[in-house]
Design a protein around this ligand. Structure first.
Ligand code: 5AD
Ligand code: FES
Length: 350
């Protein structure tokens, strides 16, 4: 760690903010010593807000049908080899029930942009989950929709919404998405979600094709100014049936380094150690928690559809029942000195 790097790290620790150039320097000049230094401080600041509790979210992958064609994603429209499915309302409610029994008091409904899920259908499902489990939070992760749609879903009871911005660099965004998708609309969605009172999550992949340290610095600046309640980051992992099949995966090391920085920018943010991180390293999720993350998202989808919801290759937890994953996670988390809690785990406001 050079004197300059130490100075940047110390200022981030104190002031929770750096300039764009400084973020870039902190990324470019990183070494193991700086990573350890930032991680120790990230853990300290996370513990001051959330203690050693790790929040859990039950992920229900409701549909792998998608009208979009993002170049990195295995369920993109152009992937003719993808075996498509969508869950029925009954199946979704059964997964939510199962999750509740396992102590998962947040349900995340995630899916491709599947036009079947109109506002009417989703409102019914959201109200169904809330009627069964009034003390559970409902999180949606269903891509770009209109402001009116977000409003209707919020009024039906949805509490949170995850929509990764994917990259804060508009030019980089265009290299990851087809021409029909726009950076501007993505940002419009995030603004609308926040204004409508959702706890809002943005995020990005680490090591996605064409990503530069400058682009990552832009992501950090965006997080600093947007102040999301949640932030999902994980390594990019190539999927064999996409244009990025031959691209290298993102690194665990850089992902953990970024998790520490994000925790220090925004000590209260809800920050998952993602499944992608767990896919890249057998202890990836533990490493994420030890770098400053405080959320895990075990899979609640029916085991028979899990293999079909394949955003990237070699995804973990494909054969395990939800109960087995919960057991596995609590043991792993206990082993590193943390504990899983059944609390809803809302954003701890200032
Ligand atoms: N590798 C890692 N993450 C991916 N995602 C999509 N495809 C991949 C991939 N190949 C992420 C995107 C998306 C989230 C649901 O999954 O960031 O927003
Ligand atoms: Fe699913 Fe370990 S978390 S098997």
């Amino acid at each position: 760690m050079t004197n300059v790097t130490k100075e940047l790290a110390d200022r981030l620790i104190r002031e929770h903010s750096l300039s764009l150039d400084e973020y870039e320097a902190l990324l470019t000049d990183r070494d193991a010593e700086t990573a350890e230094y930032l991680a120790a401080e990230a853990v300290k600041q996370r513990k001051a807000v959330y203690g050693t509790k790790v929040f859990v979210r039950g992920l229900i992958e409701i549909s792998n049908r998608c009208k979009n064609d993002c170049l990195y994603c295995g369920i993109r429209l152009s992937n003719g080899k993808c075996n498509r499915y969508r869950l029925t309302e009954e199946q979704i409610l059964a997964c939510a029930d199962e999750g509740y029994r396992l102590g998962l008091h947040t349900v995340v409904m995630q899916g491709g942009e599947d036009p079947y899920y109109t506002d009417e259908v989703l409102v019914r499902i959201i109200k169904g989950i809330k009627a069964q489990h009034p003390d559970s939070a409902v999180t949606l992760s269903l891509g770009e929709r209109s402001r009116e749609s977000y409003k209707a879903l919020r009024e039906a009871g949805a509490d949170r919404y995850l929509l990764r911005h994917e990259t804060a660099d508009a030019e980089h965004y265009r290299k990851l998405h087809p021409a029909e998708m726009s950076f501007e609309n993505r940002m419009r969605c995030l603004r609308d979600l926040k204004e409508l009172g959702y706890q809002t999550g943005c995020g990005f992949m680490v090591g996605s094709p064409y990503q530069t340290m400058r682009a990552l610095a832009e992501d950090l600046k965006f997080i600093e100014t947007f102040r999301p309640e949640m932030c999902g980051i994980g390594p990019f992992i190539p999927h064999h049936e996409t244009p990025f099949a031959k691209e290298p995966a993102g690194s665990v090391e850089l992902t953990c380094y970024l998790l520490s920085i994000i925790r220090l920018i925004h000590p209260r943010v809800l920050l998952p150690a993602t499944t992608a991180l767990g896919t890249m390293h057998p202890k990836g999720r533990e490493l994420g928690i030890l770098a400053g993350a405080n959320v895990l998202m075990p899979n609640l989808s029916p085991v028979n559809v899990r293999k079909q919801y394949e955003l990237y290759d070699n995804k973990i937890c494909m054969g395990e029942e939800s109960a087995q994953c919960m057991q596995c996670l609590s043991e792993r988390i206990r082993a590193i000195g943390y504990e899983i809690t059944a609390e809803r785990g809302d954003y701890a406001g200032e």
